[in-house]
Ligand binder design. Structure first.
Ligand SMILES: O=C(CO)[C@@H](O)[C@H](O)[C@H](O)[C@H](O)COP(=O)(O)O
Ligand SMILES: [Zn+2]
Length: 203
């Protein structure tokens, strides 16, 4: 059993090593951060959605924007579309489950906002539909995916595609890159001299 633990850890590390070596992917994370920081500084917001573990990611990331990650700084405008059970159950019950995020984009999304869709397969229909509507509304679209990007890829202005087809490993890399994305947005918004970023990040 201990060997199973070691092997699973090796798989996680191998996936992250592939991510670390992928210049296109790293550039996409940088672009996603600058676009999001520019939108936030212009008074726009980040909307985030995903299913299952990726719903947890959406909430985790948004909590860091609204609360804090590395240092104390002003709150940043972000909202997870996965948290309101009344909204989710009403839309799922009265329309279809694949409308749960699309309808919230219709209600809350504004031109100039940024929508981040998280899906390991890249094919979850509720994320695909939300991305389609976001594009129609002039919202910048970012996709965190795996499996080659799936149907989502063509709908995203910026694609962060983890080079793996194993859901859990894709999710682990997503979480690492979500933290990095948040740090980089903070740096773009406030600069390395603000509130001790340089020290906290070892810059
Ligand atoms: O967390 C996990 C697996 O690690 C699951 O809950 C997983 O997120 C769910 O099966 C999702 O429905 C998968 O959706 P997606 O990543 O393909 O969009
Ligand atoms: Zn999981």
């Amino acid at each position: 059993m201990k060997e199973l633990v070691r092997r699973q850890l090796a798989r996680s590390i191998e996936t992250m090593e592939r991510v670390r070596a992928d210049d296109t992917l790293l550039e996409a994370v940088v672009r996603a951060s600058t676009v999001t920081a520019e939108a936030m500084m212009a008074g726009r917001k980040l909307l985030v959605a995903g299913n299952g573990g990726s719903a947890a990611d959406a909430q985790h990331l948004v909590a860091e924007f609204v609360s804090r990650l590395t240092v104390n700084r002003p709150a940043l405008r972000a909202i997870a579309l996965t948290t309101d059970t009344s909204i989710l159950t009403a839309i799922g019950n009265d329309f279809e489950y694949h409308n749960v995020f699309e309808r919230q984009i219709e209600a809350l999304g504004q031109t100039g906002d940024v929508f981040l869709g998280i899906s390991t397969s890249g094919n979850s229909k509720n994320i695909v539909k939300a991305l389609e509507l976001a594009r129609e509304k002039g919202i910048t679209t970012i996709g965190y995916s795996g499996n080659g990007g799936g149907q989502m890829a063509a709908l995203c202005d910026i694609n962060v595609i983890i080079p793996s087809s194993t859901t859990m490993n894709i999710q682990e890399s997503h979480l690492a890159l979500e933290h990095i994305f948040c740090i980089m947005v903070e740096l773009c918004c406030f600069g390395p001299d603000f509130g001790g970023y340089a020290k906290a990040l070892g810059l």
